[in-house]
Design a protein around this ligand. Structure first.
Ligand code: OAD
Length: 264
């Protein structure tokens, strides 16, 4: 089977000094985690307004806590897939060559970290963490286990409601994360946008910003996303197939380029 990506993309990866990978739910689809907007996606079965905003939480904290605890159980039982592992391999390789690499993710499932990625910028938080809505104290896993069907978990210190450390609709993204992501996008010579519909802002700004600053931007998706016409290349395919093949093609091209015998 011939590769779905262009030689230009491979060459741009070889010459890149800084790469940003931007990911969405599609990268975890092959780990068995539902995406949001595909036909069988989470937002076809659950209503964001009932679960993913502050008002929903305040009116039914027990329901919202249960839903996020259930999602946490699902992602904890899932395993990272070949796509996650290829992104971690790209990072290791770039860092070993003395170049820069950032992974900016909208995912809250922790699978990138479990696949070995180190510099992960989490734009939408992480299901693994919970904190007190009133005093901001981090809640431990043991506290979360005190959840019963009816009752919500409350802070052992101040009695406030414990919430998941995820960004809800209408909330600001963590300032440090968005600043880090913008700075990575601006520095990039290549940006890969993987498994995202690219409709949720400000996150979807990241590949567009990289493009504006002159990066070569390619997306890897089973179908063209909302930004497909604004970027350089759409590689149509599953992240778990395309990313390992892209990593192999990059390594092969690198080994035949001048840099393979340049000390730096
Ligand atoms: P979406 O569900 O909107 O998009 C998932 C994308 O993955 C789609 O474009 C699919 O075509 C693609 N896809 C599915 N399977 C794939 C595969 N195996 N390989 C590659 N691509 C695949 O998910 P996101 O773009 O991540 O926000 O959604 C963005 C945000 O909307 C989420 O972070 C979440 C949600 O509301 C918050 O919770 C704040």
């Amino acid at each position: 089977m011939s590769n779905a990506f262009s030689d230009i993309l491979v060459q741009r990866l070889v010459s890149a000094r800084y790469v940003t990978v931007f990911t969405g739910a599609g990268v975890s689809a092959e780990s068995g985690i539902a995406t949001f907007r595909d036909l069988d996606g989470m937002w076809s079965r659950f209503k964001p307004e009932e679960l993913a905003n502050v008002n929903a939480f305040l009116s039914n904290p027990s329901l919202v806590q249960s839903w996020y605890q259930q999602r946490k159980r699902i992602v904890t039982e899932a395993e990272p897939n070949a796509g996650h592992r290829a992104i971690a391999a790209f990072e290791r390789h770039f860092l070993e060559r003395g170049h820069g690499f950032a992974l900016v993710t909208q995912n809250v499932d922790n699978l990138h970290q479990r696949a070995g990625s180190k510099n992960v910028i989490e734009l939408h938080g992480n299901l693994a963490r919970n904190y007190c809505f009133d005093c901001n104290r981090d809640a431990s896993e043991e506290e979360m286990h005190t959840k019963t069907d009816e009752d919500s978990v409350q802070c052992v210190e101040c009695g406030g409601l414990i919430r998941p450390d995820v960004v809800w609709f209408g909330e600001q993204l963590p300032a440090q994360a968005i600043e880090g992501a913008v700075s990575a996008a601006r520095r990039s010579s290549v940006c890969l946008s993987v498994g995202t519909s690219a409709v949720v802002y400000p996150a979807a700004q990241i590949p567009l910003l990289a493009s504006e600053e002159g990066a070569y931007v390619a997306e890897i998706n089973v179908a063209p996303s909302a930004i497909a016409s604004m970027i350089d290349e759409t590689v149509q395919g599953k992240a778990g197939d395309v990313l390992p093949a892209l990593f192999d093609a990059y390594k092969e091209a690198l080994s035949s380029s001048d840099e393979s015998y340049t000390l730096n």
